[in-house]
Design a protein around this ligand. Structure first.
Ligand SMILES: *Cc1c(COP(=O)(O)O)cnc(C)c1O
Length: 461
């Protein structure tokens, strides 16, 4: 796009309320090869919708399995809630461009404009809505750093649902403020592994003093939901239904860009379980899948938990306790334990199956970055753009900066769009370590990777 047009751009592109998308977009409808089905952990046969509905809400289980419907209507109630904090702004990073002295144009979609501080509320409110519709009493879940638990606690408070959150023990201890935000919204927060579930007790026996892991907390939350009438398990990432709900990010981004005639060249998102990335790239990947357009789509992951760049694309359990279905995904092995010195978030062993398939099909690129680079990018960004980014989001910032510097070297005026998934106010311990110069890099060693691969199900190793 020409410079004159760019100068006429507002600093922030904010769609109007009536421009908020009416449907989510289901990428699977446009994928030529379908995504491999989930497998039942007992029979190793593809799971049925009925089986999933014992664990998940009826409607979201149906969404999990839906490969046919391209557009899924956003319930009017959910759309109304979205209006509290959406459409979210697409911000032109003018100050970052100036600092980097790059001919590239940089835009970021900011999802941190709600109290939970991240994109996770987009799916939390949808899942709570369907649970309420179904007449459930409550939901259980796990949370790592706490963003998902916070978002779900807010959504459950809105619909008057019980919310029981299994919080990875080290986060429970290191992030007391996150914990208290959840409690303030009425959630019950339990450090995981706990002695309230069979799987929790087993893990405590096998690994006494363990700081916990997401995979383990998932197992506990699933068990807790199965043991109680009118409770279901809900999940903030990894699942296809979450990517579906998060497509609101990409749909708004695309609409905002189109409003000003901007065509992106590079679209970048951080990748934990793959939901914000999958949601951000969804409508763009859709155009690529339909052969209409071409973009560079880039997933950014930590080198401490490099599921796409170093994992295997095989069936694996979604949880350490091996009670959840198996998904075909890029995985490090369900027994993966991230390094204790890794503080960048994004510590899940696997990757959403749709995102995994896009990577296998080379629609998506992936790159792993070190935590020092990430915090350096975060600090650079905060100082010029004002927003204090979450460490997770800063993975995307890091690669956006790298791409902008490449544009400078190659003298190319490309347009770079990245997802700024949230704010980092609850991550100040990590920032503190970085500021004190105590943050070391923690790339996954070849030895630990091999050890972790040994936790893959035997027949898929
Ligand atoms: C949870 C979280 C992520 C990573 O999760 P995805 O499912 O990969 O999107 C990224 N950024 C923030 C701020 C988060 O809270």
């Amino acid at each position: 796009m020409n410079r004159k047009a760019i100068r006429e751009l507002p600093y922030k592109i904010i769609l109007e309320e009536h421009e908020l998308p009416k449907n989510w977009y289901n990428m699977r409808a446009d994928m030529p090869g379908k995504v491999a089905p989930l497998l039942d952990p007992e029979t190793m046969e593809p799971v049925t919708t009925e089986a999933l509905q014992k664990v998940f809400c009826t409607e979201t289980a149906a969404q999990e399995m839906d490969e046919e419907n391209r557009l899924i209507p956003i319930p009017e109630d959910v759309r109304h809630f979205y209006k509290m904090y959406r459409p979210s702004p697409l911000i032109h990073a003018e100050y970052l461009e100036k600092l980097l002295d790059t001919p590239a144009k940089i835009f970021y979609k900011f999802e941190g404009n709600n109290t939970s501080g991240s994109h996770k509320l987009n799916s939390a409110i949808a899942q709570a809505y369907y649970a309420k519709q179904q007449g459930l009493k409550g939901v259980t879940t796990e949370t790592g750093a706490g963003q998902w638990g916070t978002a779900l606690a807010m959504a459950c408070a809105f619909y008057g649902l019980d919310c029981r959150v299994f919080m990875v023990k080290c986060s429970y201890e290191q992030k007391p403020f996150r914990r208290e935000v959840m409690r303030t919204y009425g959630a019950e927060v339990i450090p995981s592994p706990s002695d309230t579930t069979m799987v929790g007790r087993k893990i405590l026996r096998e690994y006494p003093g363990t700081p916990g892991s997401l995979g383990c907390a998932v197992s506990e939350a699933v068990e807790a939901a199965m043991q109680q009438e009118k409770y279901r398990y809900v999940l903030g990432s990894v699942l296809n239904q979450v990517v579906l709900h998060q497509s609101i990010i990409g749909l708004e981004t695309k609409a905002a860009l189109e409003k000003y005639g901007i065509t992106p060249d590079v679209i970048i998102g951080c990748a934990g379980g793959g939901s914000n990335l999958g949601g951000l790239i969804a409508p763009f990947a859709g155009e690529m899948l339909r052969g209409e357009k071409s973009y560079r789509l880039i997933a950014v992951e930590p080198d401490a938990c490099p599921s796409l760049t170093r994992g295997k694309f095989v069936y694996d359990y979604c949880d350490t306790g091996r009670i959840c279905p198996l998904a075909k995904m890029y995985t490090l092995g369900n027994g993966f334990m991230p390094s204790a010195i890794h503080s960048g978030g994004l510590r899940y062993h696997g990757m959403n199956p749709i995102v995994s398939q896009l990577y296998a099909d080379q629609i998506l690129e992936a790159v792993a970055v070190s935590q020092k680079e990430v915090f350096q990018a975060a600090t650079t960004f905060a100082r010029v753009e004002g927003i204090l980014p979450a460490p997770e989001s800063s993975h995307a910032i890091c690669i956006a900066i790298r791409e902008a510097l490449r544009c400078k070297r190659e003298n190319r005026a490309e347009t770079i769009v990245f997802g700024l998934t949230g704010t980092g106010y609850f991550d100040m311990l990590s920032y503190g370590k970085y500021n004190a110069g105590h943050l070391a890099d923690a790339p996954l060693s070849a030895q630990d990777l091999e050890k972790s691969f040994h936790t893959l199900p035997e027949k898929f190793r």
